[in-house]
Structures are given as structure tokens and as C-alpha cells.
Design a protein around this ligand. Structure first.
Ligand code: MLT
Ligand code: ZN
Length: 471
């Protein structure tokens, strides 16, 4: 190892090979505190060339690697749970000049979502993917996890916004296709393949991003409902009535709101706790307030006993805070078991009603906080108060995961909506993917990373060492 560390230091400089536990600690634990490992080293290359040289050395040494961006992942896919070397991409944060004619920009993997959006704003454009972790989440990690976020409804997720990538393969070779041409039928779509590959196929170093027009006017509405059915029916009506305006449709419930208000020390929206809330945002080239307010009156009517519509930035931020502070309020209350799932539209209300009971059957003292991106059928299931929340088989946490993911699959949903499979959901991949599909995944993995050094404990289920059967 010492020889390897010296060689790595020769490439990136000694100050960018971290081995002191005090310096490596923040790279070793995920955001929730649920996933913690220990890395023999954290390597911080400063260019794609350095990433290539680092990977060549690690490949030659047969060392497993976890690529890491802003470390905002939530499924244990970006931390060294099995003693892997962490390769941090954060120093690759350069943002090229925006190509205004193409409406695209090429950025380093370490550029944050907020920095990309700021660069786009300077020429009247915007980054189409927005998420609560915008100040820390990096573009490379967002591609690797095919991040979704708050505007998926209108613009799609990272795969849709990625027009090309540059990436370093396990052995240090570089593949680069950053032209960003709209029509380009020249073979396999590597950018599309790397989106959602969770660091198992290559290390993303640069990304060609599509940008979207920056809409000058935005209005946010917060509506309270007596039950999920009423909220979801209202959303169907609003989507029909405002097909070109609606950009976000978020949902949260009384339990989550109570946590948020306690954490931030603020009163609930309408001076009381209602069972269900829908936060909607419209954006346009002209002020959408009147159209949104009219749609709310016409479509939602007295389905919503309380509501507010805000067009001023401070008022909008006040409404968004109730939704966006869910993650931090939950983390402040304990180490959550987080499950991020998609339900078919027709199954969403039933799932919201059934999930707490399914959790309660296997973890009677647990508390289930549900919120998410209603427009995409994406529910974030956060379970607090689980005895032994760590990611180990045979624990109450594993029973909670099993109960929720089976409920989702039984209703025709996806066990990973936007956070990825990571290490957390690997044992349940078979609920959504057939043996033939998983075989194809393995073949792709073998083709790009024959020695299995790239994030080897992520995404693909482990084979049982004795029987060779998939776990
Ligand atoms: C969110 O929508 O706020 C994020 O996915 C983070 C989370 O699920 O906690
Ligand atoms: Zn989310």
C-alpha cells in the first residue's frame, strides 16, 4: 500500500492523498449517518488526466474504488463500506463557457448543481435538474445516480439532460463524446448507459449538459387536503389544466410537517396541521399567478380546505421550506432507514395508506415519514426509530426494507425512484429486474470492468459464495 500511496501522490500531489482518519472521515460516512466505512486513502485528482493516471495505478494494484462526488447519496453507493479507496471528483469543478447557440454547457464532474445553474443564469438559461442538495450535489454523481429531483415533471432527470460524457474506464483509458449533437446515431449511447450506473462502469469526469430556458416568472401554491385521494385527484386536474406551466408537484403529510416545524421552530402553514399537503409550482415567460390561482379555484375548489399562492421570492421560499427541510428535520430526529420508491399513479394513494401499517408490522416502535415528488409517483419513505438502523441482514432495518419494497413491487412500482440501488437495495433488485436482465447487467459490467474494481459492492446482487446463486 505504501508504494501505491507514493505513486498516487506523485500523480495528484501529496496534499491530495488523504490517509489521516480526521481528514478522510467526511468521505467515509453518508449524509444520513447510516452508511459508514473506512478508506485506506481518499485520492483527490485535479483533472481528467490525473483521474486516468490514478485509475491506471489502482487497476494495476487490484484495488477496489468508490468514486465520489458531493457525498449526498442516500443508498450507501458512494462511501467505502468494504475498505475501498475513495476517488473524489470534487476538484474537477470547472465550468466551460455556456454554448448559447446549442443551449448546452460542458462541466467538470465536480461542479455542483447550484454552480451550473448560476453559470446558466448568466446567459438566461437554467439547469433543468434541481434538487434540495443543490449546493453540494455534483454533476458527476448526479449522472451516476440518474438524479431526478424537483423539476422531473417538466424536464426529465439527468439522463434526459446529459448530451455527452467523458469518463475514465477501470484501467485508466478515457472515453469521451462531448459534442452534444442533437442527432448523432453513431453507435451505443454511452452517456445514457453511464447515467444510473452508480460508479460501477466508469468514473465520469466531464459532462455535456443540455440547458433549458430560464423562466422569468414563478408562482408557488401550497394546498392542504383532508386525505391523499383528494390531493392526488386535485393534482390530476391541475396537470390537465396547466400542461405548459406546471414545473413541480410535491407532497408531504402531517407527520413530516410536524418534524419540520419543530426542527425549524416555525408554525405550520395555515396555523394548524392538515393531513396532506400538495406544493405546486408554475413557471412561465409571463407571470403565471393568475392562471395558477384560477386553476386552483376551478379544479381544486373546496377539495382543499386551505391554501396559499405566492409569487414573491420570499413567500415562495417560505412555502418551499416546509417541503425542502424534510430531509434535515428527519436526520436531526435520528438515523433514518430511507427508501425511495415509485408507484404507478393509480396505486399512490393506496400505498401512502398501507406503508405505515406494513412498517408497523415488522417494527412496532418505528415512525414512518412519507413525502416526495407526487408528480412522478415518487415517495420517499423515511423510517425513524428502527432498532439497529444499520444496513445489516437479519435486523429490524432489513425487515422494514423488505416489507416496504415488497409492497411497492406488489403494486407494480419501482424499488428505486431516483436515489439508486446502491448497497442498500441490492438484495431486492430481483423484485424489479428478471434474471435475464441481471445477467445482461453483469455482462456489461464485465465488458467495462473485467477485474471488478469499480464500486464492486453496489447495484448488482452478490452471488452466494457457496451455491453461486444470486442473493
Ligand atoms: C428530496 O426529495 O428531498 C431528496 O430526494 C432527499 C431525500 O429523499 O431525503
Ligand atoms: Zn427526492
Amino acid at each position: 500500500m505504501n508504494r501505491l500511496l507514493t505513486s498516487l501522490a506523485d500523480v495528484v500531489g501529496p496534499s491530495h492523498v488523504l490517509v489521516d482518519p480526521e481528514l478522510t472521515a467526511s468521505y467515509e460516512t453518508d449524509w444520513t449517518g447510516r452508511f459508514t466505512g473506512r478508506a485506506p486513502a481518499v485520492v483527490r485528482p485535479g483533472s481528467a488526466g490525473e483521474v486516468a493516471a490514478v485509475m491506471a495505478l489502482l487497476h494495476e494494484a487490484g484495488r477496489a474504488v468508490v468514486p465520489q462526488g458531493g457525498n449526498t447519496g442516500l443508498v450507501g453507493g458512494g462511501v467505502p463500506l468494504h475498505g475501498e479507496v475513495v476517488v473524489s471528483l470534487r476538484r474537477l469543478d470547472a465550468i466551460d463557457e455556456v454554448d448559447v447557440a446549442a443551449g448546452q454547457v460542458t462541466v467538470g464532474a465536480g461542479a455542483t448543481a447550484a454552480a451550473v445553474d448560476d453559470a446558466a443564469a448568466r446567459v438566461g438559461l437554467a439547469f433543468g435538474v434541481d434538487l434540495a442538495a443543490r449546493q453540494s450535489a455534483t454533476v458527476g454523481g448526479m449522472v451516476a445516480t440518474n438524479a431526478g429531483g424537483l423539476r422531473m415533471l417538466r424536464y426529465g432527470g439527468m439522463r434526459a439532460q446529459t448530451a455527452g460524457v467523458e469518463a475514465v474506464l477501470a484501467d485508466g483509458r478515457v472515453v469521451s463524446h462531448l459534442g452534444g449533437l442533437t442527432k448523432d446515431n453513431t453507435g451505443y449511447d454511452l452517456a445514457g448507459l453511464l447515467a444510473g450506473s452508480e460508479g460501477t462502469l466508469a468514473v465520469v469526469t466531464r459532462v455535456r449538459l443540455r440547458l433549458v430556458p430560464r423562466l422569468a416568472h414563478r408562482t408557488t401554491g401550497l394546498l392542504a387536503f383532508a386525505d391523499p385521494d383528494a390531493a392526488l385527484e386535485a393534482l390530476v386536474g391541475l396537470r390537465r389544466r396547466l400542461p405548459d406551466l406546471l414545473e413541480a408537484a410535491e407532497l408531504f403529510l402531517a407527520d413530516g410537517l410536524r418534524l419540520v416545524c419543530g426542527h425549524l421552530g416555525i408554525p405550520p402553514p395555515f396555523g394548524r396541521l392538515d393531513p396532506v399537503y400538495l406544493l405546486v409550482e408554475g413557471a412561465g415567460v409571463s407571470d403565471p399567478t393568475e392562471e395558477l390561482a384560477a386553476a386552483v379555484i376551478e379544479v381544486v375548489g373546496d377539495r382543499a380546505p386551505a391554501g396559499a399562492v405566492e409569487a414573491e421570492p420570499a413567500g415562495r421560499a417560505r412555502l418551499w421550506r416546509y417541503r425542502e427541510a424534510h430531509t434535515e428535520a428527519i436526520n436531526a430526529a435520528g438515523v433514518p432507514v430511507k427508501l425511495d420508491v415509485t408507484l404507478p399513479a393509480g396505486e399512490l394513494a393506496g400505498f401512502l395508506a398501507d406503508a405505515p401499517a406494513a412498517v408497523g408490522r415488522v417494527a412496532p416502535a418505528a415512525r414512518c415519514v412519507l413525502f416526495g415528488h407526487a408528480g412522478d409517483g415518487n415517495v420517499h419513505v423515511n423510517v425513524l426509530g428502527v432498532h439497529e438502523p444499520g444496513p445489516r441482514p437479519g435486523t429490524e432495518a432489513a425487515a422494514v426494507e423488505d416489507a416496504v419494497l415488497r409492497l411497492v413491487a406488489g403494486r407494480g412500482g419501482s424499488i428505486s425512484s431516483e436515489h439508486g440501488i446502491g448497497t442498500a437495495k441490492r438484495p431486492w433488485l430481483h423484485l424489479n429486474r428478471s434474471p435475464a436482465e441481471i445477467d445482461v447487467f453483469r455482462a456489461i459490467k464485465r465488458a467495462l470492468d473485467p477485474d471488478g474494481i469499480l464500486n464492486p459492492h453496489v447495484l448488482l446482487p452478490e452471488r452466494d459464495a457457496r451455491t453461486g446463486e444470486l442473493g
